[in-house]
Design a binder for this molecule. Structure first.
Ligand SMILES: Nc1ncnc2c1ncn2[C@@H]1O[C@H](COP(=O)(O)OP(=O)(O)O)[C@@H](O)[C@H]1O
Ligand SMILES: [Mg+2]
Length: 846
């Protein structure tokens, strides 16, 4: 085997310890990658792949990036899902012996701290998940903001909670698999790090606590296991972050309204333009926050609507104060606009990675706190000015410091006597050298004599070739150029070393002083963090008040009752895309007692989908504490919003898509409670018309009749056949979207009125869409023909369960009985079927 160089063996040893990561190996001014890593880096980063001799007859592939360009390349690799171990030189290169090298951190999607890799208004979560039987533990952390939380929840809710958090990375024990994890970047850890005793001990050590009682998770083993695994993982990847995790919150998912992924998407809470139309998300409309931390908080509020009335009223009160006080609102918002991301900044300071400029931004932000407080009647308790910190930074750090300490431009004059002295020394020596040129010209009579400096040779006196004969005897030759000679004198040498020494000591001292200042600021970290969070809260509250004023929202009345009453409600997003006054407001009355299920019919494009979503959005806004787009509203708190949206017209219906639709519908029917709100938009569309109508109707009947449901439901459909239900089921109400005809053309009024629509306006829509007049005319002819035919023939399959005697011809129970193949059933199947038929018979009579 070829004999390898010491560096090569060092590299291989380190690489072996980080098998899952790309190792960036610091070699002087470069981070190098070797072997397979090099090939991968060359491909992904579009850098050159070369090779390097690392032993006799041993050439290995190599690709490198300059050290100062690390961030950009790191961003690329991490965003592509790679993990990157950064291996630094731990001792200065002395030219003799091997430089010590160590991996200082492993950058993974969930542990990035580089500002360039983070989104300002979104959190970057690292989550850990562990499950046992039906229970799961889920912990998450955002190391850029020190948010650290854990919970224990039913395994079936795991997908929901992960969906809400959208973690950048999820840690799971080896061998743990679940379809819920598919959408996420997974990191597998050895199972023992999830062991409950190991995890508990790690948490206790970390918080230096004797019990986890105070953290609320002492009796939640799965929550402990997940949280402990996170700490273990950070230890190995991003150790400095550990020091900043001062708090662990245990929370329960039961205190929040459940919003599943369908609902988040269908209601376009965070992402709009699902259908390629130019509509925005709800968040984009209500987010007038001025700080990144406020933006993150609002996003969290919207993802976790509350169920607790008192908490909601507190938010409402705060919003109301800003709503009613225009001047302070404007002042506070404009001040907040000047506040940097204090939450992340203080974390960078505590993690020892803040730059001098970031310290200045932190200081500017803190300075504004008293200003902001002046504009408030009562400030949040956690909001505290930090005058000592502000004063310290002012005293220590230059107004416009250099990018990093050690260049002599960071620490202010007057902060350190020692530093001032050194600077004075360097200044004097420089002044001496500046004079030296004039002096030496006079002394030697050489007009073109120059004093200069370069990195390799230091200070020198340069004399051009023709003048060399005039050089005095005390000049000592240093360097020969083609056109000139360079010299030094003993005196010059002396000043040179004075300057260089001073410079070196200045840099060293400045770096140390900067670290000290950072440490002092970090010692106030908890207080600053608390203030940062209070500012974020103010930002959200003021911004929601601003939304309310700007867009005409009102404060809803929240109750524990089961009514939803909205007068003059509007769709918060759609109205923003229409001109002033163009959006037609509509009323809503839903109640478990007498108006539980609204069937909304109307032609395409009349506004059905908009209306039913607007009701859901108003409820949702009310339950984050916000005001709502309505003239007035009373909202009985809802535990969950379900939405099911049938296929769009342009996706060809197939068995499988229909299956998906039915599975989702089944999910609603199985999970809704009387306190839920269900939004059904055109369900049953993914199949033939008659199947569709039958299923839609059966679903509506089930929601209406099932003793455990009685769920408030809005059902938009273009099957006007369904309007017949209202006559059968007492709590079903028909509504339709008013349409006017003017000169043979349809005009959509977007007004929701009682009663069912009984006509299809499809042909008129075709006309609106610009189909040739002759086609529209012919369509009208065909329609009249069809309608005439229908009056003579019975429809091919009457809508089931309606107006039919229980066991008379056409009854579904009878049909089912007729179809049964009793010979092929086991006795158990037979008796089960019998029970089922009996239940159906009873239900349809009830
Ligand atoms: N209340 C309203 N006021 C004004 N325009 C509306 C209203 N509701 C809907 N619209 C407009 O009508 C369009 C179609 O609405 P949509 O709800 O998709 O109809 P449908 O579901 O009945 O096909 C919307 O994009 C919007 O521009
Ligand atoms: Mg629609």
């Amino acid at each position: 085997m070829a004999k390898m160089t010491p560096i090569r063996s060092q590299y291989l040893r380190i690489k072996k310890a980080y098998p899952g990561a790309i190792v960036l190996f610091r070699l002087g001014d470069f981070y190098e990658t070797f072997d397979e890593d090099a090939k991968l880096a060359a491909r992904e980063l579009e850098i050159t792949l070369t090779s390097r001799e690392m032993g006799k007859g041993l050439r290995v592939p190599l690709a490198g990036i300059p050290y100062h360009a690390l961030d950009g390349y790191l961003a690329k690799l991490v965003s592509k899902g790679y993990k990157v171990a950064i291996c630094e030189q731990m001792t200065p290169a002395s030219g003799r012996g091997l430089v010590a090298r160590e991996v200082v951190r492993v950058v993974t999607p969930g542990t990035v701290v580089e500002t360039a890799l983070l989104q300002g208004k979104a959190n970057n979560y690292l989550a850990a998940v562990v499950a046992e039987a039906d229970e799961a533990g889920l912990a998450y952390v955002d190391i850029t903001t020190s948010e650290f939380a854990t919970t224990q929840l039913p395994s079936s809710s795991l997908a929901l909670e992960l969906g809400r958090l959208q973690p950048a990375e999820v840690i799971v024990p080896e061998g743990f698999d679940s379809p819920d994890l598919l959408p996420f970047a997974l990191t597998r850890l050895e199972g023992r790090w999830f062991d409950v005793e190991t995890a508990r001990q790690r948490l206790l050590d970390h918080f230096q606590a004797a019990t986890l009682e105070g953290y609320g998770c002492a009796h939640l083993p799965l929550a402990i296991r997940a949280a402990g695994a996170i700490l273990h993982y950070l230890e190995g990847t991003q150790k400095p972050a550990l020091g900043q995790l001062g708090r662990l919150t245990t929370y329960t998912t039961q205190s929040f309204m459940v919003l599943d992924a369908h609902t988040r998407n269908n209601l376009e809470l965070f992402q709009g333009s699902r259908w390629g139309t130019a509509t925005g998300s709800l968040l984009s409309v209500i987010d007038l926050t001025r700080t990144a931390m406020g933006g993150r908080l609002l996003r969290r509020w919207l993802g976790q609507p509350l169920l607790n009335l008192e908490e909601l009223v507190q938010r409402q009160d705060a919003i109301h104060w800003f709503y009613a006080h225009a001047m302070p609102r404007a002042r506070v918002m404009s001040l907040l606009g000047q506040v940097a991301d204090l939450e992340r900044l203080i974390n960078r300071v505590r993690g020892n990675i803040a730059s001098p400029r970031e310290l200045i931004s932190l200081c500017r932000g803190l300075e504004l706190i008293p200003e902001i407080m002046k504009n408030l009647d009562s400030a949040p308790e956690e909001l505290k000015p930090c005058p000592e910190t502000v004063e310290l930074i002012h005293r220590a750090i230059a107004e416009a410091p250099g990018a990093s300490p050690g260049e002599g431009t960071v620490i202010k004059a007057g902060f350190s006597a020692e530093l001032d002295e050194l600077r004075e020394l360097a200044r004097n020596a420089k002044a001496y050298l500046a004079n030296l040129e004039r002096q030496e010209r006079e002394r030697t009579g050489i007009k073109s004599l120059k004093v200069g400096y370069n990195k390799v040779f230091g200070y020198y006196i340069e004399v051009s070739r023709p003048n060399l004969p005039q050089v005095p005897a005390d000049y000592i030759r240093k360097q020969t150029l083609t056109e000139a000679e360079r010299f030094f004198t003993p005196q010059l040498k002396e000043y040179e070393s004075a300057i260089l020494n001073a410079q070196e000591r200045i840099n060293e001292l400045e770096t140390n002083l900067f670290r000290q200042v950072c440490q002092q600021v970090a010692s106030q970290g908890e207080r600053i963090l608390a203030s940062a969070r209070a500012l974020a809260w103010l930002d959200v509250v003021a911004s929601l008040a601003e939304v309310a004023v700007r867009y005409g929202y009102t404060r809803p009345r929240l109750t524990h009752g089961d009514e939803i009453i909205i007068r003059g409600g509007r769709h918060p997003v759609v109205e923003r895309f229409l001109g002033e006054g163009e959006f037609i407001p509509n009323d809503t009355y839903l109640s478990n007692k007498d108006a539980q299920l609204i069937i909304l019919t109307g032609p395409n494009m009349s506004g059905k989908s908009t209306y039913i979503r607007q009701v859901a959005l108003i409820v949702l806004l009310a339950q984050i504490g916000s005001f709502v787009p309505a003239q007035e509203a009373t909202i009985g708190l809802v535990d969950r919003i379900f939405t099911r949206v049938g296929l769009r017209d342009d996706i060809p219906a197939g068995q499988s898509t229909f299956m998906v639709e039915m599975v989702e519908t089944a999910h609603i029917l199985n999970n809704a409670t009387p306190r839920s709100l269900v939004i059904l938009d055109e369900i049953g569309r993914g199949t033939s018309t008659y199947d569709g109508i039958s299923i839609a109707q059966a679903v509506a009947e089930y929601i209406h009749n099932h003793p455990h449901l009685g769920t408030k439901t809005l059902f938009a459909t273009h099957y006007h056949e369904l309007t017949g239900l209202a006559a059968m089921l007492p709590r079903v109400k028909n509504f339709n979207v008013a349409v006017a005809e003017e000169g043979g053309k349809v005009v959509f009024l977007h007004k929701i009125i009682p009663g069912g629509s009984d006509r299809s306006y499809g042909i008129h829509v075709a006309q609106l869409a610009g189909l040739p007049r002759s086609v529209v005319y012919r369509a009208q002819e065909v329609l009249s023909q069809l309608e005439a035919d229908r009056q003579h023939k019975p429809s091919p399959k009457p809508p089931p369960a309606l107006q039919l005697p229980l066991l008379g011809p056409g009854s579904p129970i009878l049909e089912e009985l007729q179809r049964l193949d009793i010979d092929s059933m086991t006795p158990l199947e037979a008796i089960t079927k019998l029970y089922e038929l009996q239940r159906k018979a009873r239900e349809s009579q009830a």
